[in-house]
Design a protein around this ligand. Structure first.
Ligand code: MG
Length: 253
């Protein structure tokens, strides 16, 4: 969406603040021995307790064969995005966990993801997470009126390359605000000056996804979970931002 009124911006800020709190709550529960289904229940509770509505629960975008059955998307290790929480999947020491949630508040949608280590992670995991966070900050810094979606992709791919990591090319960010997924598509690679031009008021979910090996992905039999084709790990981080006159404001910080 393109937010044009102070009321819209106020509601989007409130929605973003709620989601940041929800993800902090869920991240705090993500410990060795906890199932991903427990995290999903906590996520749904945290969203509803704040007067918001889960955006991913029962969401069925074009191309999906059935609605997503949870409020929280989880992705562990070689899983890239859209993993379905499961009571049998217990977090283990050394896992890299991404938690990704969306919600609507007063009719406005926001979307964000955090990645955490369960217990102690290895150096490779720390590098992958640090690079993904740097790519996200770089993407946000590149987002301003007059910039193009390709500028964001170029920054993300450039930072991945600096760390000898790959980007997941088949997935990216998107507009958000009046629905969970809107135009424009925000690629995780690109050329400066290409793609849609950003304008003030645009609400965007920016989500770099970096891979330790190659960024090629495959879809699981559950028809939701994407994982890396080579079985190496991937990390996904995401914020919803508002394009302002002078740059971008992170709504979900
Ligand atoms: Mg998203």
């Amino acid at each position: 969406m393109i937010a044009t009124t102070p009321e819209q911006i106020k509601a989007l800020r409130a929605a973003g603040k709620i989601l940041a709190g929800v993800l902090a709550d869920v991240a705090a529960l993500a410990k060795e021995g906890v199932s991903t289904a427990e995290l999903d229940l906590a996520c749904e509770h945290a969203i509803r307790a704040r007067g918001a509505v889960p955006a991913f629960l029962d969401y069925q975008p074009d191309g999906a064969s059935y609605p997503f059955p949870a409020s929280l998307c989880v992705a562990l290790n070689d899983e890239v995005v859209h993993g379905i929480p499961n009571e049998k999947r217990i977090l283990r020491r050394g896992d890299i966990l991404t938690i990704d949630a969306g919600l609507s508040y007063q009719g406005y949608f926001v979307d964000a993801a955090r990645t955490v280590c369960i217990g102690e992670c290895d150096q490779g995991a720390h590098k992958l997470i640090a690079a993904a966070k740097e790519a996200l900050q770089g993407a946000i810094a590149a987002a301003r009126p007059g910039a193009h979606t390709g500028d964001i992709g170029a920054v993300v791919a450039g930072i991945a390359g600096k760390y000898n990591l790959d980007v997941v090319r088949d997935l990216g960010g998107h507009g958000v605000g009046t629905t969970p997924h809107e135009k424009p598509y925000i690629p995780n690679e690109g050329r400066r000056g290409e793609g849609e031009e950003l304008v003030a008021g645009m609400v965007l979910a920016v989500e770099p996804i970096l891979a330790e090996g190659k960024g090629d992905i495959v879809l699981d039999e559950d028809e939701w979970t994407y994982r890396t084709e080579d079985g190496k790990r991937a990390v996904h981080v995401e914020e919803t931002i508002l394009i302002t006159e002078g740059g971008a404001e992170v709504l979900t910080a």
